[in-house]
Design a protein around this ligand. Structure first.
Ligand SMILES: Cc1cc2nc3c(=O)[nH]c(=O)nc-3n(C[C@H](O)[C@H](O)[C@H](O)COP(=O)(O)O)c2cc1C
Length: 409
């Protein structure tokens, strides 16, 4: 697989498609940047911090003056499972919440059973709860794929089509429905071109391609040329490229290489929400601001942690901030003791105290810019139901377990 991700390109926006304003239904995106749905990560506090950075990057008015009706990036909520939402599972309802003034409200839905998906969409629409639904077909978790769910599902074209069709019909043109999938199960069972065509035929508004196979999990490089191929194959709806955008200039390179209409940012923003500011700047044709100093990183950590406490109404919620804390500090020389202490914080004061002891002026070494955060595993042979690969057109009774437990993409 050709590695087109690593060579450093100019920090300026230079190519023509960078000014594109892809439409997702009536949502006209510019900059054409999507925060990837990430389970356990893209909650209200994180989405709001990311969006604040995006707006700060546009704060000279370049967005509002020249592109007044544009939505500055799409910040997708975490994935919810259709059945759990329909059954009003308490945890799922909490996951499905949005910030008070959040707009547009975008959520990812997962399910394998057309009826519960339809019900979930109707419920979301009746409560005027969302402006956009993304469908997840990329989950590589074995307990899902072994029942034919997640990233295994697009291989069965009839089932894939019927799921998409039921959701698009339930949305009834009121809100756009998009899909996110991987390239296929493995290199011998690539599905993205067929899946893309099916999605286009069935009225999907846009496609995000995580340019890895399920077998790859998070290993190797995302194949941006596959995004290009999908873009050539699908003419009527926008294609968003996903995988390995670690720095702002990667987004530009991805768009140049793939001709995608926009980009989806996953792990690159973990512990680095200012990536959205740099993206806003670079898409505006400006130089991306430098990586913040450790003092500035600490200030963002305090702000993020405060938002977590406010959103959850208790400092106990800081437990969910600990992983973010370790991502913020990845690559900084803060010492083992500070790292350990930060994993034990129980209050905002604890955090503020640790952060105030950092060397405020120290900077991230350049060789740490691209250290992956969160998932890096793979490759791993994909668990599938018996005979799953025999015939892509054959219908298959999916067990209830295929529609549950999914927790990632
Ligand atoms: C912690 C974590 C949780 C994720 N959860 C989801 C999810 O719920 N739905 C989904 O479609 N993808 C999920 N993903 C995959 C990302 O959306 C994205 O496709 C993937 O990380 C590749 O992009 P990247 O190379 O920019 O990270 C998750 C990824 C991570 C790291």
């Amino acid at each position: 697989m050709m590695d087109v991700t690593s060579s450093r390109s100019t920090m300026h926006a230079i190519d023509t498609n960078l000014n594109e304003t892809p439409n997702i239904g009536e949502i006209c995106l510019w900059p054409p940047v999507i925060l990837a749905p990430m389970a356990g990560v893209t909650d209200v506090p994180f989405r709001s911090i990311c969006k604040e950075f995006m707006l700060a990057g546009l704060s000279d008015g370049s967005n509002s003056d020249t592109k007044p009706l544009r939505t500055p990036g799409l910040f997708v909520n975490q994935m919810i499972t259709a059945r759990a939402f329909v059954e009003e599972n308490k945890k799922t309802l909490k996951l499905a919440e949005f910030g008070e003034n959040e707009t547009p409200r975008s959520i990812q839905l997962y399910g394998t059973e057309p009826n519960s998906l339809r019900e979930a969409v109707e419920k979301l629409l009746n409560s005027k709860h969302v402006d956009h639904i993304d469908l997840n077909f990329g989950c590589p978790v074995p307990k899902v794929t072994k029942h034919g769910g997640g990233g295994a599902l697009p291989y069965k074209q009839t089932i894939f089509r019927s799921i998409i069709s039921s959701v698009v019909h339930a949305a009834d043109g009121e809100i756009p429905v998009t899909v996110k999938f991987r390239m296929g199960i493995d290199d011998n069972h690539l599905t993205y071109l067929d899946a893309g065509k099916i999605a286009e035929d069935e009225g999907i508004a846009a496609i995000s391609l995580h340019a890895r196979t399920v077998e790859q999990l998070y290993s190797g490089h995302a194949d941006w040329l596959a995004i290009r191929e999908l873009k050539q194959h699908i003419k009527s709806i926008p294609i968003f490229g996903n995988g390995d955008i670690w720095e702002a200039h990667d987004a530009i390179r991805m768009m140049q290489v793939s001709n995608a209409d926009g980009v989806v940012i996953g792990r690159g923003c973990l512990g680095r929400p200012w990536l959205f500011k740099q993206l806003a700047e670079i898409y505006s044709g400006k130089e991306a601001s430098p990586f913040p100093s450790l003092g500035e990183v600490g200030a963002t950590m305090n702000r993020h942690a405060k938002a977590v406490v406010e959103w959850n109404g208790t400092e106990k919620a800081l437990r969910t901030f600990r992983k973010h804390a370790s991502w913020y500090l990845t690559g900084f020389a803060v010492g083992k003791d500070a790292r350990r202490a930060i994993q034990q914080i129980n209050s905002l004061d604890d955090l503020a105290h640790i952060v105030s002891n950092f060397d405020q002026d120290s900077h991230l070494p350049m060789n740490a810019y691209r250290i992956p955060r969160s998932h890096t595993g793979g490759p791993k042979k994909v668990s599938l139901p018996e005979g799953w690969l025999d015939n892509p057109f054959e219908d298959h009774e999916l067990g209830e377990l295929a529609g549950q437990f999914a927790s990632g993409g």
